[in-house]
Design a protein around this ligand. Structure first.
Ligand SMILES: CC(C)(COP(=O)(O)OP(=O)(O)OC[C@H]1O[C@@H](n2cnc3c(N)ncnc32)[C@H](O)[C@@H]1OP(=O)(O)O)[C@@H](O)C(=O)NCCC(=O)NCCS
Length: 181
């Protein structure tokens, strides 16, 4: 995919950013993409208050990708300390998936985590049911650490679970020093 401009999200972007993330993660529209959480969760993925808190936090940022003035992708990056970065809420507009933008966003996240926070390793958390997504993260250099994290049942800010066994597996990769892809 060509002619994509990347920049950090600003508070004025929150409405369109919220729409993009929800469209990628939830609901029937998300099935136009190749991977979605629609089989695991209903409800919301995030909300404008959470996005505002992310943008106000010096240890977090939302990288965004724009084509012809339209928001087409985004990724949350966060500093977890001890040279460890995190990315999440990775979203590409469902009808534009499979053309390489997701990989470019991950590469942008790696570069920003290294440059801004001095990260030398990156961690992500994924539902183990999402086998094709995990396979993609493996191709991007990530491997399971063996750790798991609980799903926050009862907190509807993260969505409405459609099953009672949700949890996350943690995956990690190192960032080559000076080569942040
Ligand atoms: C995950 C996501 C960001 C990927 O974005 P994308 O633009 O499709 O990513 P890319 O085009 O760079 O890469 C897609 C990869 O999936 C593969 N792929 C495409 N269609 C696929 C399919 N039907 N089944 C399995 N893999 C498929 C491609 O071959 C490619 O792999 P490669 O990079 O090794 O060649 C996007 O699918 C999305 O927004 N999903 C919904 C939100 C989400 O689940 N985020 C991640 C949560 S942790």
């Amino acid at each position: 995919m060509t002619d994509i401009a990347f920049r950090d999200a600003a508070p004025a972007d929150i409405p369109v950013l919220h729409r993009l993330i929800e469209s990628a993660y939830r609901g029937e529209g998300s099935r136009a993409g190749w991977t979605t959480e629609a089989d695991l969760l209903a409800g919301q993925r995030t909300d404008p208050d959470e996005l505002a808190a992310i943008l106000a936090d010096p240890d977090q940022a939302m990288l965004t990708a724009w084509r012809d003035g339209d928001l087409v992708g985004s990724v949350l990056i966060a500093n977890r300390g001890e040279e460890t970065g995190y990315f999440g809420m990775l979203s590409v507009s469902p009808t534009l998936q499979g053309a390489g933008l997701g990989r470019r966003l991950v590469e942008a996240a790696h570069a920003a985590l290294s440059e801004r926070f001095g990260a030398r390793r990156v961690r992500i958390s994924v539902f183990p049911q999402r086998e094709t997504l995990i396979a993609w993260y493996r191709r991007l250099g990530y491997a399971p650490t063996g750790e798991t994290l609980p799903f926050p049942y009862g907190d509807t800010r993260f969505g409405l679970p459609l099953r009672d066994d949700l949890h996350f597996i943690v995956m990690e990769r190192t960032l080559a020093w000076g080569l942040c892809t």
